[in-house]
Write a protein that binds this ligand. Structure first.
Ligand code: CP
Length: 314
């Protein structure tokens, strides 16, 4: 898609896009990655200001957006945590967004409430990019996840995927599964304790897209079939009742031993990070681990995204 088709668009859900949109984003991200690897300097977004409004903590999303902006010559403004802004004095979200809309050219927002980014997009005239809203969506994470799969395997179609962990409260896992519905996976295994099963709207979307999927409890039962294992942590902070969290705490763990016993040699393990204890550190040194490559891809993918949304020729 030419840059014109992306210009000024809000990025709220991965479902706002099409396969063609995503493929054009990936092509732009490949160009950005080449630019970075060659150490070239770009001023593509010189004069632009990117607002980073993080009402919730973040390492990767915030810092990769900031890096992406700066690598292209843009400036950033922003905050992390409600205590850092006048929300702490009682200011509402709409007024905060109106201020950012007046200061910046694009607003990247993370918030603990589902729908906050969509609401911000309704208030703001400038494009709004959802950097995670509660348990609901994390579209830019899904974009970089899919880009990483494409890079590792040469494509996204025809692979067997396992998505392991907190599929109920995990926005990255849900967005990844939703993103897969634009492609043709061979099969998707949804692997979780029964308490953390995939939300109905995500399963409905898989069904509408005609994707073969199966819900299973145990990784060991399907690990040997997988090309991609996407692991997520249990989202402790999103459980309405801490006793429910205690029922599933530590209920799955990917170890080197487990992978060497059951996995295909070509399996690649992804994780949006942060990790807690669901992937043992001894996996990091194996050829299975792709989660740090994935995290680094946040920069070129977000460079491409900012450029397209701001209407710059990529
Ligand atoms: N993957 C991800 O969203 O990480 P952060 O919470 O560190 O941004």
């Amino acid at each position: 898609m030419p840059a014109q088709g992306w210009r000024g668009r809000d990025v709220i859900s991965i479902l706002d896009f099409t396969r063609e949109d995503l493929c054009s984003l990936f092509e732009a991200a490949e160009r950005m990655k080449r630019l970075l690897s060659e150490g070239r300097v770009s001023r593509l977004l010189e004069g632009k200001i990117v607002a980073l409004a993080f009402f919730e903590p973040s390492t990767r999303t915030r810092l990769s957006f900031e890096t992406a902006a700066k690598r292209l010559g843009a400036e950033t403004i922003g905050f992390t945590g409600e205590e850092a802004v006048s929300v702490a004095k009682g200011e509402n979200l709409a007024d905060t967004v109106r201020m950012l809309d007046g200061y910046a050219d694009v607003i990247v927002i993370r918030h603990r409430y589902e729908g906050a980014a969509l609401y911000a997009a309704e208030v703001a005239e400038k494009p709004v990019i959802n950097a995670g809203d509660g348990k609901q969506h994390h579209p830019t994470q899904a974009m970089l996840d899919l880009f990483t799969v494409k890079e590792l395997f040469g494509g996204i179609d025809g692979l067997v995927y396992g998505v392991l962990g907190d599929l109920r409260f995990g926005r990255a896992a849900s967005s990844f599964i939703l993103g897969l519905t634009f492609f043709k996976p061979e099969k998707v295994y949804l692997i979780s304790p029964p308490l953390l099963r995939t939300r109905p709207e995500v399963r409905v979307r898989l069904e509408e897209a005609g994707i073969r999927y199966e819900e299973v409890d145990r990784l060991e039962d399907v690990l040997g079939e997988l090309d991609v294992l996407y692991v997520t942590r249990i989202q402790k902070e999103r459980f309405p009742d801490p006793r429910e969290y205690e029922k599933v705490r530590g209920s799955y763990r990917v170890t080197r031993e487990l992978l060497e016993k059951h996995a295909k040699p070509g399996l690649r393990v992804l994780h949006p990070l942060p990790r807690v204890d669901e992937i043992a550190f001894d996996v990091d040194e194996t050829g299975y681990a792709a989660y740090f490559i994935q995290a680094r891809n946040g920069v070129p993918v977000r460079m491409a995204l900012l450029s397209l949304v701001l209407g710059a020729e990529v």
